[in-house]
Write a protein that binds this ligand. Sequence first.
Ligand code: NAD
Length: 493
Amino acid sequence: MAIDQTASAGVSALKMVIGGATVDAVDGQTFEIVNPATGGVIASAPLGGKADVDRAVEAAQRAFDDPKGWATWAAGKRGRTLAKFAALIKDRSEELAWLETRNTGKPISSSRGEVIGASLVFDYYAGAANKVFGQTIPVSKPGLDLTLREPIGVVGLIVPWNFPLLMASWKLGPALAAGNTCILKPASLSPMTALRIGELALEAGIPAGVLNVVTGPGGSAGAAIAGHTGIGKVAFTGETTTGQEIMRLASNNVKKVSLELGGKSPNVVYADADIERFAAESPYSVFDNCGQDCCARSRIFVERSVHEQVVELFAAATRKVKVGDPTDEATEVGTLVSFKQRDRVRDYIEIGLAEGANLVVGGVEPDDEALKGGAYLMPAVFDGATNDMRIAKEEIFGPVVTIIPFDTEAEAIRLANATPYGLSGSVWSRDIGKALRTAKGIQAGVLSINSNSSVHTEAPFGGYKMSGIGRELGMSAIELYTEVKNIFIDLRS
Ligand code: NAD
């Protein structure tokens, strides 16, 4: 395979971070990392497997058991160290953003946003570390009953390729704040920033063995984490089917499990909404990150009286989305993460056409000759779709949206809920009562009204139904990484 020419320093041989050292895989195997904008190889990474996970679990357990270690530090000291880590990530934001862009095809402006977002997540949990409270409970026996929230121990954190650094921060932040030691496994398509923050954690003063990073395939390294009896909890973000497999593997030692899985989120538009604003802003709610977003509003349900107007305005706004070279500052949508993912999405365009939907715009490679070597696809809008078509039912994880008309509030809610997923969604209306009734009716964990913004560091994030188990972000995430211990003290004299 060709060497990627955008790589200033050539192809680097990356290392895992285990027990404070940067190491190769036990058996010395590696895999190539490809820039999806050029098709060139930019780095190699260790192809870790079970033996490497064993090594990481040992290091993490040693760090957890250290009588003067991370778990025993005053919570405020852990918080201050996490604040240093957050500051270091911010300081190195340009380096990290370029790694992410070259690794995933994400526009550089988006990568910058993601790195700063991750730094803010660590900042939030730096402040949270000494705010993990227990309770006192008025039980019926005479005495005092109180609860402690304690770290679980060694936790395994398995993350996807769509927001590699951000998804890692959502898990590492609360896990570290609560005093756990961690094994982070990035997706094989996107390991570069995870490996780098493993090194930065050491520089920030997080002790050796507290944050280990293992790279390798999901089926071997990931499965070894999910099934390891030395790991007390596994947190996973990725596809629903992988989540199901992880639950099965985690059952051997009854690991705590939290899952952030797939989505097929609705965008419900009533005729009384600010249609112009909806149309101008909402293409980004599905095409940002090239549609590779679990929250992507990939199904638009629009009240029939404004259906044609919405299709026209939405398609016009979609044509204005700047698709291009991820390294260009003006680019809004770069490539898909890989050529395989681009082909998968292109297959869905064919499926939609065969199902009889009307492709209004996009779904083809860009005309620009300069973009021919990359995994690009123009954002696609399907009209004339129905909710039982595969393009409206299955998570495509690419820049594709279906527009479907409805007649009544009840029908909008029924259509929005006719999916096994329940992650996110938006409602657009100037009638706040109707908007709230609709939001309450939609079975999803994260909704917004007259906005596409439903992810906030300080607020709970997670899915109903087959979109997951547990709530990340905010103080809810602390619950995912702590055990509750109840202690009763008999106070009789
Ligand atoms: P994926 O399930 O293929 O992989 C995710 C991670 O799991 C990777 O690190 C992978 O190596 C690992 N993995 C794969 N098989 C495994 C196994 N058998 N055991 C253990 N680990 C295994 O997902 P992806 O393709 O990287 O990401 C896309 C998916 O992630 C989409 O479905 C998307 O909706 C979902 N996602 C959800 C959220 C959310 O918060 N709900 C956020 C981002 C992405």
